[in-house]
Design a protein around this ligand. Structure first.
Ligand code: EZ4
Ligand code: CO
Length: 413
């Protein structure tokens, strides 16, 4: 199966996505997600200029060899841009292989290990009453596990909190990357105060448990803002509320920070959404410093890399908890769901519904029922892209926010 085309599609149906489509001589097509939120055009250029020309004429069936060729063959390796590009090629080739076999991808990965993947939704509010309303609405939508993010007294805008829950209508996401829409093309700046956050979060979880009881799995994302000892304190303070996990407690480039947190708390830990290599996990798996790996198929290097990561994690009893915000396109989400269904050490899947506009461009077949996600039995990944719809939504520059402390010092966002 010779590759005859590798096309990069950049589209912005509500937010930006970079998609690779590989076509074979017998007319099969495969899609891969290469979206890197806020840095989309760097991946587009890497794919167009350096990767696509290498694919033409190659054998679409040689997935592992192509992965190694693009990774080792570049000499320069790792990094979010490179790995998102390799991931897109890898996903597209798996899509083609599964379509050629007439099977949904999860069948090629060993078949289903469960009936569906437990998904968690995102409750948030500017204050505790809004958080409680948001949890209630997520329960009504069928979620059986819920992430809790809350506004902090004294801070105007906090990661993970939807801009206005009073605005009415359905909130599809709180996508933090702001599109410039002809306005100033610089990131929004937010103000952060870790001590205020540490004082407030236990009150939020206390209120949620008091209202909804002990059963519901609850998650929280620290978004890389704490020092190890601050994270240890938060983990300890949250122990009475029995979290499913505390995510990204400390900045991602220092895996050994998790050692200190682990010495102080039994709150389960998750990290990895901005990792781009299995090697970024360093000692986290072998020393059992975390409980869940948060990588996305899109950012770790594709289905091939994710399978290796999860097999290694399984050796140490660590489970999956793949990243699933709306900046993972429906293609990346579908890839995650096929793996979720197939692997034994599945933990949970993050899920945020894409907007109706996004779903005009990406025709999906996966479904969410009774709190579980299923990738469907459509051959391949089960996603198609409507080129005409994509062309209606041209790229808009967008940046993730930048964080500063109250004295103006730049802080991790
Ligand atoms: O901030 O995907 O757990 N989810 C997250 C996300 C990330 C965005 C960044 O692009 O942390 O909301
Ligand atoms: Co996160």
């Amino acid at each position: 199966m010779k590759i005859t085309a590798a096309d990069v599609i950049v589209t912005s149906p509500g937010r930006n996505f970079v998609t690779l489509r590989i076509t074979t001589e017998d007319g099969l097509t495969g899609l891969g997600d290469a979206t890197l939120n806020g840095r989309e055009l760097a991946v587009e250029a890497y794919l167009r200029s350096h990767v696509a020309p290498l694919l033409i004429g190659g054998d679409a069936g040689r997935i592992e060899d192509t992965w190694q060729y693009l990774y080792r063959g570049a000499y320069w390796r790792r990094g979010p841009v490179t790995m998102a590009a390799i991931a897109a090629v890898d996903m597209a080739l798996w899509d083609i292989k599964a379509k050629a076999a007439g099977m949904p991808l999860y069948q090629l990965l060993g078949g289903a290990s469960r009936t569906g993947a437990l998904a968690y939704g995102h409750a948030s509010g500017r204050d505790i009453p809004e958080v409680l309303d948001s949890v209630r609405s997520h329960l009504e939508q069928g979620y059986r596990a819920i992430r809790i993010q809350s506004g902090i007294p004294g801070l105007d805008s906090v990661y993970g909190v939807a801009a206005s829950s009073a605005a009415g209508g359905e909130r599809y996401d709180y996508e933090p990357a702001r599109r410039s829409l002809g306005g100033p093309s610089r990131p929004v700046e937010e103000t952060w105060d870790t001590r205020a956050y540490l004082r407030h979060m236990p009150r939020v979880f206390e209120a949620v448990r008091a209202e909804f009881g002990p059963e519901l799995p609850l998650l929280h994302d620290g978004h890389h803002r704490m020092t190890p000892i601050q994270a240890a304190k938060l983990g300890k303070d949250l122990e009475p509320y029995d979290l499913f996990w505390l995510e990204d407690a400390t900045p991602a480039e220092d895996p050994t920070a998790l050692r200190l947190i682990r010495q102080h708390t039994t709150t389960p830990l998750a990290i990895g959404e901005i990792f781009n290599s299995l090697h970024d996990y360093g000692p986290l798996l072998s020393e059992r410093l975390i409980d869940y790996v948060r990588s996305a198929v899109t950012h770790i290097g594709g289905v091939t890399a994710m399978r290796k990561l999860l097999d290694l994690a399984a050796v140490y009893g660590v489970k999956s908890g793949m990243h699933g915000p709306t900046d993972i396109s429906p293609v990346g989400m579908a890839a995650a769901l096929h793996i979720d269904l197939a692997v034994h050490n599945f933990g949970i899947q993050e899920y945020m519904k894409h907007s109706p506009r996004t779903l005009e461009v990406f025709l999906t077949s996966y479904r969410f029922t009774d709190g579980l996600l299923h990738p469907s039995d459509t051959p391949g990944l089960g996603i198609e892209l409507d080129d005409e719809a994509a062309a209606r939504f041209p790229y808009e520059q967008a940046y993730l926010p930048v964080n500063r402390l109250t004295d103006g010092t730049v802080h991790d966002w």
